[in-house]
Design a protein. Structure first.
Length: 208
């Protein structure tokens, strides 16, 4: 899987070391229910994977066959959703996704006709769905090949370590946040057109 892509990415010598020291094989994780994926993503925001899974399963348990049908989610009492462990803001965001889907398609085939930027612009119309969330959708359930989530903290942290980039306000002459993003984007240019795969390996890389 991705053999030719990896050969290309390993032309970047530092990335090659990171890839070869990562004890996983990155595989596609396609998921065709974009609506369900966005709900899961919103619940997961700012939570550990374990806690997010617990809360999302509680939410699913509120619905017949554990699926939050659009109209049922919109009409469900806020306090019932709150008891599952959601904040008021996340309840609003979930309902926003459902309401958007009533008037706008979230069909996988429909979205596949768009390029990455068009999908980002389309779905970020939903309050509560930001660029990072859509980039995760592009990278994982849609497996788009050339996505680089420069704002992701995990990507930033690991790329700084792999490439020896210093960006720390406590260290004199180190890069500012804005300069860091420019530097990381420049590095990622070497990964095109396979920045998604490179990013997945960077995420899974560990200094230990």
């Amino acid at each position: 899987m991705y053999k030719k892509h990896l050969e290309y990415l390993k032309k970047d010598k530092l990335l090659k070391v990171a890839i070869e020291s990562t004890n996983i094989e990155v595989k596609p994780s396609l998921e065709f229910d974009i609506y369900h994926y966005l709900l899961d993503s919103i619940v997961s925001q700012q939570l550990s994977v374990k806690v997010a899974d617990i809360i999302f399963n509680r939410v699913l348990d509120l619905f017949p066959e554990r699926y939050p049908e659009v109209k049922q989610l919109i009409s469900m009492d806020i306090e019932i959703l709150r008891k599952a462990g959601l904040s008021y803001r996340k309840v609003d965001y979930l309902k926003n996704v459902a309401e958007f889907s009533l008037q706008n398609s979230m069909d996988y085939k429909f979205l596949q006709k768009m390029n990455d930027e068009e999908i980002i612009n389309y779905l970020t119309q939903i309050k509560g769905v930001g660029k990072w969330t859509v980039q995760m959708l592009l990278m994982f359930p849609m497996d788009r090949p050339d996505v680089f989530p420069v704002d992701d903290l995990g990507i930033q942290t690991n790329m700084k370590a792999i490439y020896g980039i210093v960006s720390d306000k406590n260290i004199p002459n180190s890069l500012t946040k804005k300069e860091l993003k420019v530097a990381l984007e420049k590095v990622s240019d070497n990964w095109k057109p396979y920045r998604t795969l490179a990013s997945k390996y960077v995420w899974n890389w560990s200094k230990s």
